[in-house]
Design a protein around this ligand. Sequence first.
Ligand code: FEO
Length: 159
Amino acid sequence: MNENVQNAINEQVRREFYASYLYLAMMAYFEAESLGGFAHWMRLQAQEENGHAMKLVDFLIDRGGRVELQAIDKPPRDFDSPLGVMKAALEHERKVTAWINELYELAVAERDYPAQVMLQWFIAEQVEEEKSAGDIIDQLEIAGSAGSALLMVDARLGQ
Ligand code: FEO
């Protein structure tokens, strides 16, 4: 397969695994704060990010490319508040969206049509991911400093 696209996908594999790692760190923070619903939501996000990385790995394999795993950075341990965590998650998703868009532009420039089709799934997925993090931020902003409202958001996320 096209080597530039292959290398860029390997880089994206690293970023998806980092996202999984980051959400796992956020899950641990919420567990430490006794916010089980948020922790459950973050655990699912971490699993989804792992799935994204594997989707890219399988694409490389199916196209006869080489998978070259990269080192994954250490995510932060501490966060300032539930709202701060969710804002960091949204910011990270926006970065991922920009990287996916860049990857798509590369696939277009290199005329790699199968990569374009595969990446369209990621483009649609990013719309969902940004929306779900944004919705939770909206609810946390409505909740403000009311602990009871925070617990209601937590209960909903635990469902
Ligand atoms: Fe795989 Fe949340 O981006």
